[in-house]
Ligand binder design. Structure first.
Ligand code: NAD
Length: 247
């Protein structure tokens, strides 16, 4: 028996990277997949095709997760298409790094809006659906820097800390309706977000990781599968670090 058969999982920002890996991993356990991203380009279409090849229903939706109205509209459409939403993964995210003293208001606002407000938008639209269903699992993709902070990433770290607190608060508000909410805090993951880093920066990161390497995106996805499924039926309000022992 597959862990997620009969369930619908919604993943934001999943045309590539960690979100795509999560979608593929949940689909491999039988979940139908709704995912969002900003543009319907070749990457988006290929992802939709690859997930469908797992033998589940998959639809991609073009939607800016940071836009409150668009989010509510896309949830209405997803409910028409799938009938229910059992798992929500708030994954869409960006970085606009810089030291605090040089950080522009625009850098701060864009990161807080895309990372944290998007998670609020989707929780706001999906929690009432899960409350009616009397079940649901929400997983926020935070970061280890949301637990410990990071020089040059005040905006990103603050947004990721906010995503942890958001999950923990929803766990407390909605536990009586059988809605669980958790966060994962990946360390260094090999995706396009980190792929632009120069070789020496990459090496200095890896030197600080006991496992001496960055994570593959699927190593994040496997923990998300645990949180999405009944394997974690009594786990709520937690943040699980996936950082190769770094912290
Ligand atoms: P990525 O840049 O490869 O993918 C992010 C995806 O989100 C892209 O497809 C992008 O188009 C989409 N997106 C961006 N803004 C959006 C918006 N407003 N609406 C909808 N979609 C939007 O990044 P990734 O490395 O796969 O990261 C995924 C998540 O994991 C992010 O939240 C990131 O902060 C987090 N994370 C990444 C790492 C890492 O080392 N890569 C570590 C910890 C946490």
């Amino acid at each position: 028996m597959e862990l997620l058969s009969g369930k619908t999982a919604l993943i934001t920002g999943a045309a590539r990277g960690i979100g795509k890996s999560i979608a593929l991993r949940l689909a491999s356990e039988g979940a139908d997949i709704a995912f969002t991203d900003l543009v319907e380009d070749e990457t988006f279409k290929n992802t939709q095709r690859e997930i469908s090849e797992c033998g589940v229903t998959c639809r991609g939706y073009v939607s800016d997760a940071s836009d409150f109205e668009q989010t509510h509209e896309v949830i209405t459409q997803i409910l028409k298409d799938f009938g229910h939403i059992d798992v929500l993964v708030n994954n869409a995210g960006i970085t606009r790094d810089g030291l605090l003293m040089r950080m522009s208001e625009q850098q701060w606002d864009s990161v807080l809006t895309v990372n944290l407000k998007s998670a609020f938008n989707f929780c706001h639209a999906v929690v009432p659906v899960m409350a009616r269903q009397r079940s649901g699992s929400i997983i926020n993709i935070s970061s280890i820097v949301g637990v410990a902070g990071n020089a040059g990433q005040c905006n990103y770290s603050a947004s990721k800390a906010g995503m942890i607190a958001l999950a923990q608060s929803i766990a407390k508000e909605m536990g009586s309706r059988n809605i669980r909410a958790n966060a994962v805090a990946p360390g260094f993951v090999m995706t396009e977000m980190t792929g632009q880093l120069p070789e020496d920066v990459l090496k200095s990161w890896c030197d600080r990781i006991p496992l001496r390497r960055g994570a593959e995106p699927d190593e994040i996805a496997k923990v998300v599968l645990f949180l999405a499924s009944d394997l974690s039926s009594y786990v709520s309000g937690q943040v699980i670090r996936i950082d190769g022992g770094m912290s």
